[in-house]
Ligand binder design. Structure first.
Ligand code: GDD
Ligand code: MG
Length: 195
Protein backbone atom coordinates (compact mmCIF):
# COMPACT_ATOMS: atom_id res chain seq x y z
CA UNK A 1 0.00 0.00 0.00
CA UNK A 2 1.48 3.36 -0.98
CA UNK A 3 1.28 5.80 1.94
CA UNK A 4 1.56 8.60 -0.60
CA UNK A 5 -1.96 7.81 -1.75
CA UNK A 6 -3.60 6.68 1.46
CA UNK A 7 -3.42 8.04 5.01
CA UNK A 8 -5.26 8.34 8.34
CA UNK A 9 -6.54 4.77 8.34
CA UNK A 10 -8.93 4.17 11.24
CA UNK A 11 -10.67 0.94 12.13
CA UNK A 12 -13.83 0.65 14.16
CA UNK A 13 -14.91 -2.81 15.23
CA UNK A 14 -18.56 -3.39 14.29
CA UNK A 15 -18.73 -7.08 15.15
CA UNK A 16 -16.50 -9.81 16.46
CA UNK A 17 -19.39 -12.11 17.10
CA UNK A 18 -17.94 -14.97 15.05
CA UNK A 19 -15.53 -13.45 12.57
CA UNK A 20 -14.51 -9.79 12.38
CA UNK A 21 -16.31 -6.91 10.72
CA UNK A 22 -14.57 -3.52 10.79
CA UNK A 23 -15.55 -0.13 9.51
CA UNK A 24 -12.41 1.31 7.97
CA UNK A 25 -12.17 5.01 7.17
CA UNK A 26 -9.22 6.52 5.36
CA UNK A 27 -8.12 9.44 3.24
CA UNK A 28 -7.50 8.54 -0.39
CA UNK A 29 -5.73 10.61 -3.01
CA UNK A 30 -7.77 10.44 -6.22
CA UNK A 31 -5.93 10.29 -9.53
CA UNK A 32 -7.31 13.80 -10.12
CA UNK A 33 -5.14 15.03 -7.24
CA UNK A 34 -7.92 15.58 -4.65
CA UNK A 35 -7.94 13.94 -1.22
CA UNK A 36 -11.26 12.30 -0.28
CA UNK A 37 -12.38 10.55 2.86
CA UNK A 38 -13.66 7.04 2.21
CA UNK A 39 -15.37 4.38 4.29
CA UNK A 40 -15.40 0.63 3.66
CA UNK A 41 -16.89 -2.16 5.73
CA UNK A 42 -14.38 -4.99 5.70
CA UNK A 43 -15.11 -8.58 6.73
CA UNK A 44 -12.19 -10.62 7.99
CA UNK A 45 -12.61 -14.35 8.33
CA UNK A 46 -9.03 -15.27 7.48
CA UNK A 47 -7.73 -16.88 4.33
CA UNK A 48 -8.84 -20.08 2.64
CA UNK A 49 -7.72 -22.94 0.44
CA UNK A 50 -9.52 -25.05 -2.15
CA UNK A 51 -8.65 -28.02 -4.32
CA UNK A 52 -9.88 -29.82 -7.43
CA UNK A 53 -9.36 -33.54 -6.93
CA UNK A 54 -8.99 -35.58 -10.11
CA UNK A 55 -8.31 -39.13 -11.19
CA UNK A 56 -6.79 -39.61 -14.65
CA UNK A 57 -7.43 -43.34 -14.86
CA UNK A 58 -11.14 -43.03 -14.05
CA UNK A 59 -11.47 -39.60 -15.75
CA UNK A 60 -13.31 -38.35 -12.68
CA UNK A 61 -13.26 -35.40 -10.31
CA UNK A 62 -14.52 -35.10 -6.76
CA UNK A 63 -16.80 -32.23 -5.84
CA UNK A 64 -18.92 -31.56 -2.77
CA UNK A 65 -22.48 -30.45 -2.21
CA UNK A 66 -23.56 -28.56 0.87
CA UNK A 67 -26.07 -26.05 2.14
CA UNK A 68 -24.85 -22.44 1.94
CA UNK A 69 -27.14 -20.01 3.71
CA UNK A 70 -25.82 -16.84 1.98
CA UNK A 71 -26.74 -18.33 -1.40
CA UNK A 72 -30.17 -19.36 -0.12
CA UNK A 73 -30.76 -15.72 0.76
CA UNK A 74 -29.77 -14.72 -2.74
CA UNK A 75 -31.54 -16.62 -5.47
CA UNK A 76 -30.28 -20.19 -4.92
CA UNK A 77 -33.61 -22.05 -4.57
CA UNK A 78 -32.74 -24.91 -2.19
CA UNK A 79 -29.50 -23.32 -0.95
CA UNK A 80 -27.31 -26.29 -1.94
CA UNK A 81 -24.13 -25.56 -3.85
CA UNK A 82 -21.73 -27.79 -5.77
CA UNK A 83 -18.17 -26.84 -4.85
CA UNK A 84 -14.57 -27.93 -4.76
CA UNK A 85 -13.25 -29.14 -1.42
CA UNK A 86 -12.32 -26.04 0.56
CA UNK A 87 -11.70 -24.75 4.01
CA UNK A 88 -10.39 -21.94 6.08
CA UNK A 89 -6.70 -21.93 6.92
CA UNK A 90 -7.13 -21.51 10.65
CA UNK A 91 -3.49 -21.48 11.72
CA UNK A 92 -2.19 -23.90 9.11
CA UNK A 93 -0.26 -23.11 5.99
CA UNK A 94 -2.36 -23.50 2.81
CA UNK A 95 -0.93 -26.88 1.82
CA UNK A 96 -1.41 -28.43 5.26
CA UNK A 97 -4.92 -26.94 5.38
CA UNK A 98 -6.03 -28.38 2.06
CA UNK A 99 -4.67 -31.84 2.84
CA UNK A 100 -6.58 -31.77 6.17
CA UNK A 101 -9.79 -30.47 4.57
CA UNK A 102 -9.63 -33.13 1.84
CA UNK A 103 -9.53 -35.86 4.47
CA UNK A 104 -12.35 -34.29 6.52
CA UNK A 105 -14.68 -33.36 3.69
CA UNK A 106 -14.21 -36.12 1.11
CA UNK A 107 -12.19 -38.82 2.89
CA UNK A 108 -8.98 -39.02 0.85
CA UNK A 109 -5.49 -38.70 2.33
CA UNK A 110 -3.35 -36.90 -0.22
CA UNK A 111 0.42 -36.82 -0.14
CA UNK A 112 0.99 -34.36 -2.94
CA UNK A 113 -0.87 -31.27 -4.11
CA UNK A 114 -0.03 -28.60 -6.67
CA UNK A 115 -0.62 -24.92 -6.03
CA UNK A 116 -1.97 -23.16 -9.11
CA UNK A 117 -3.32 -19.75 -8.10
CA UNK A 118 -3.58 -17.33 -5.20
CA UNK A 119 -6.41 -14.81 -5.46
CA UNK A 120 -8.68 -12.52 -3.44
CA UNK A 121 -12.20 -13.94 -3.09
CA UNK A 122 -14.22 -10.76 -2.99
CA UNK A 123 -11.80 -7.82 -2.90
CA UNK A 124 -14.30 -5.05 -2.30
CA UNK A 125 -15.62 -6.57 0.90
CA UNK A 126 -13.49 -9.35 2.30
CA UNK A 127 -9.85 -9.63 3.27
CA UNK A 128 -9.86 -13.30 2.29
CA UNK A 129 -7.16 -14.59 -0.02
CA UNK A 130 -7.81 -17.99 -1.51
CA UNK A 131 -5.10 -20.55 -2.29
CA UNK A 132 -6.05 -22.79 -5.20
CA UNK A 133 -4.71 -26.32 -5.60
CA UNK A 134 -5.19 -29.36 -7.81
CA UNK A 135 -4.43 -32.89 -6.62
CA UNK A 136 -4.58 -36.39 -8.00
CA UNK A 137 -6.50 -38.97 -5.95
CA UNK A 138 -6.66 -42.74 -6.31
CA UNK A 139 -8.97 -45.26 -4.63
CA UNK A 140 -6.23 -46.52 -2.34
CA UNK A 141 -5.97 -43.06 -0.74
CA UNK A 142 -9.48 -43.35 0.68
CA UNK A 143 -9.43 -43.40 4.48
CA UNK A 144 -13.03 -42.51 5.41
CA UNK A 145 -16.36 -41.51 3.86
CA UNK A 146 -15.83 -37.76 4.26
CA UNK A 147 -18.82 -35.60 5.01
CA UNK A 148 -17.14 -33.00 7.21
CA UNK A 149 -16.85 -32.56 10.94
CA UNK A 150 -19.89 -33.51 13.05
CA UNK A 151 -18.58 -31.18 15.74
CA UNK A 152 -19.11 -28.26 13.33
CA UNK A 153 -22.40 -29.65 11.99
CA UNK A 154 -20.91 -29.98 8.54
CA UNK A 155 -23.12 -32.08 6.26
CA UNK A 156 -21.20 -32.53 3.04
CA UNK A 157 -22.22 -34.83 0.21
CA UNK A 158 -19.27 -36.22 -1.73
CA UNK A 159 -19.79 -36.29 -5.51
CA UNK A 160 -17.43 -38.33 -7.66
CA UNK A 161 -18.30 -37.39 -11.23
CA UNK A 162 -16.95 -38.01 -14.71
CA UNK A 163 -14.95 -34.91 -15.63
CA UNK A 164 -17.07 -34.56 -18.76
CA UNK A 165 -20.22 -34.42 -16.65
CA UNK A 166 -18.70 -31.74 -14.40
CA UNK A 167 -17.87 -29.68 -17.51
CA UNK A 168 -21.43 -30.12 -18.80
CA UNK A 169 -22.75 -28.94 -15.45
CA UNK A 170 -20.44 -25.95 -15.67
CA UNK A 171 -21.67 -25.10 -19.16
CA UNK A 172 -25.31 -25.52 -18.13
CA UNK A 173 -25.11 -23.12 -15.21
CA UNK A 174 -25.23 -25.85 -12.56
CA UNK A 175 -21.95 -24.79 -10.96
CA UNK A 176 -22.38 -21.47 -9.25
CA UNK A 177 -19.29 -21.24 -7.08
CA UNK A 178 -16.53 -19.08 -8.56
CA UNK A 179 -13.70 -21.13 -7.08
CA UNK A 180 -15.11 -24.29 -8.59
CA UNK A 181 -15.51 -22.63 -11.98
CA UNK A 182 -11.89 -21.42 -11.82
CA UNK A 183 -10.46 -24.87 -11.14
CA UNK A 184 -12.67 -26.75 -13.62
CA UNK A 185 -11.61 -24.28 -16.28
CA UNK A 186 -7.97 -24.68 -15.19
CA UNK A 187 -8.37 -28.43 -15.71
CA UNK A 188 -9.76 -27.84 -19.19
CA UNK A 189 -7.16 -25.28 -20.23
CA UNK A 190 -4.21 -27.40 -19.11
CA UNK A 191 -5.72 -30.77 -20.05
CA UNK A 192 -5.21 -31.91 -16.46
CA UNK A 193 -6.84 -35.29 -16.97
CA UNK A 194 -5.01 -35.95 -20.24
CA UNK A 195 -1.73 -37.86 -20.65
N1 GDD B 1 -21.41 -21.07 14.54
C1 GDD B 1 -20.93 -20.61 13.40
N2 GDD B 1 -20.15 -21.41 12.70
C2 GDD B 1 -19.66 -20.95 11.54
C3 GDD B 1 -19.94 -19.67 11.06
N3 GDD B 1 -19.30 -19.52 9.89
C4 GDD B 1 -18.65 -20.67 9.66
N4 GDD B 1 -18.86 -21.54 10.66
C5 GDD B 1 -18.30 -22.89 10.84
O1 GDD B 1 -17.01 -22.93 10.29
C6 GDD B 1 -16.91 -24.05 9.41
C7 GDD B 1 -15.96 -23.67 8.30
O2 GDD B 1 -15.71 -24.79 7.49
P1 GDD B 1 -14.50 -24.78 6.44
O3 GDD B 1 -14.66 -26.01 5.61
O4 GDD B 1 -13.20 -24.47 7.11
O5 GDD B 1 -14.81 -23.50 5.57
P2 GDD B 1 -15.87 -23.34 4.44
O6 GDD B 1 -17.14 -22.82 5.01
O7 GDD B 1 -15.95 -24.55 3.56
O8 GDD B 1 -15.20 -22.18 3.66
C8 GDD B 1 -14.49 -22.35 2.45
O9 GDD B 1 -15.24 -21.79 1.44
C9 GDD B 1 -15.53 -20.42 1.63
C10 GDD B 1 -16.31 -19.87 0.46
O10 GDD B 1 -17.61 -20.29 0.47
C11 GDD B 1 -14.30 -19.60 1.77
O11 GDD B 1 -14.69 -18.29 2.11
C12 GDD B 1 -13.40 -20.17 2.83
O12 GDD B 1 -12.13 -19.52 2.85
C13 GDD B 1 -13.17 -21.63 2.58
O13 GDD B 1 -12.44 -21.81 1.40
C14 GDD B 1 -18.34 -24.29 8.93
O14 GDD B 1 -18.57 -25.61 8.57
C15 GDD B 1 -19.15 -23.94 10.15
O15 GDD B 1 -19.21 -25.06 10.98
C16 GDD B 1 -20.79 -18.81 11.84
O16 GDD B 1 -21.09 -17.67 11.48
N5 GDD B 1 -21.25 -19.35 13.00
MG1 MG C 1 -15.39 -26.48 3.67
Amino acid sequence: MSDKQIKNIEKKLLSDNYYILNRVTFDYLMSSGTWVNQMREVYDRGDGAGILLYNKEKQTVILTKQFRMPTYLNDNKDGFLVEITAGMLDKDNPEVCIIRETEEEVGYRLKKVKKVYEAYSSPGVMTEKMHFFVGEYTDDMKVNDGGGLDSEHEDIEVLELPFEKAINMLNNGKIEDTRTIVLLQYAQIYNLLGD
